[in-house]
Design a protein around this ligand. Structure first.
Ligand SMILES: [Zn+2]
Length: 294
């Protein structure tokens, strides 16, 4: 059975898994994200630990990472969510340390591929599918029906930075009222403190209720913008915030998905099925597909 390492480098932690080509995670580990040298050392040692005696059977490494990435150079380009990582040539470093081919992809793209091949998007692989991931930041990805949508120069469209609320705060990207500035774990923590408490307190606390009402508005605008720009058959919602709280948003997202008069057929919304393993499983799937030449 073809095996790959799937590595998901996020703002606070890195998930490392040994994944087979049916999307089964054989073994996995998490390490904290720190500076690039220490983190890479931990990733390499985690790969050796989780593969153990089958290390020689692993054929490739897939890395999903917060960006923007320079996919041509195989390195981190701009790293607002990974301070100190800019310029790290992650592909070359891992290739050398593990002796395996390394595929690098934006983390939201990796999560979407994971969901399409092994999760909530299984039935829609031939359709246009969008994904939004709500973690430290907000990521987004578009599947065209046959592959990942790429922008000019191979760059990844930063869907998390679509402005959704005109009265929103200035965002570090230069725009105002971005989805990321309203609905990322970082934004929710800045507005309230512990995001878990934010959701628990909604019924008795006006402040948390207000923050979540803003998030509802932001998500509705995001769903409608995606519908009108890409007309996906399905939008998948993933990342830690949605894994824990999708139920809080499900009905509102369904209403948002049917609120436009401009769609002739329904548009679906769904919770990511692979949870916080989507990026790891997807990164492995990308690496295995590249090795097969598909
Ligand atoms: Zn922004």
């Amino acid at each position: 059975v073809p095996l790959a390492f799937g590595i998901d480098i996020g703002g606070t932690k890195v998930a490392i898994g040994l994944v087979d080509d049916s999307g089964q995670v054989r073994c996995h580990l998490r390490v904290a994200t720190t500076g690039p040298e220490d983190t890479v050392r931990e990733i390499v040692s985690a790969c050796r630990d989780i593969a153990g005696p089958v290390f020689g059977e692993v054929s490739a490494v897939g890395v999903g990472a917060s960006g923007p990435l320079d996919l041509v150079a195989g390195s981190f380009a701009i790293t607002d969510n990974l301070p100190g990582w800019a310029g790290t040539p992650i592909v070359a470093v891992l290739q050398k340390a593990l002796g395996l081919p390394v595929a690098l992809e934006n983390d939201a793209d990796a999560a979407l591929v994971g969901e399409l091949f092994h999760g909530a998007g299984r039935a829609n692989r031939g359709d246009v599918v969008a994904m939004l991931t709500f973690g430290t930041g907000v990521g987004g990805a578009i599947w065209t029906g046959s592959g990942l949508f790429r922008g000019a120069y191979g760059e990844h469209p930063e869907i998390g930075h679509m402005p959704v609320l005109s009265d929103g705060p200035a965002c570090y990207c230069g725009a105002r009222g971005c989805l990321e500035a309203e609905a990322s774990g970082t934004a929710l923590t800045a507005a309230f403190g512990d995001p878990r408490r934010l959701f628990e307190a909604e019924t008795e606390d006006e402040k948390s209720a207000g923050i979540l009402r803003r998030m509802d508005r932001a998500l509705k605008a995001a769903v409608i913008n995606l519908a009108h720009t890409f007309r996906p058959a399905l939008i998948v919602f993933g990342g830690g915030v949605m894994e824990a709280h999708y139920g809080r948003f499900a009905q509102r997202l369904e209403m948002a998905a049917t609120s436009s008069t401009q769609l002739l057929q329904p548009m679906q919304v769904a919770k990511a099925e692979l949870g916080n393993q989507a990026g790891m499983i997807g990164a492995a799937a990308i690496a295995l597909r590249r090795e097969k030449g598909t």
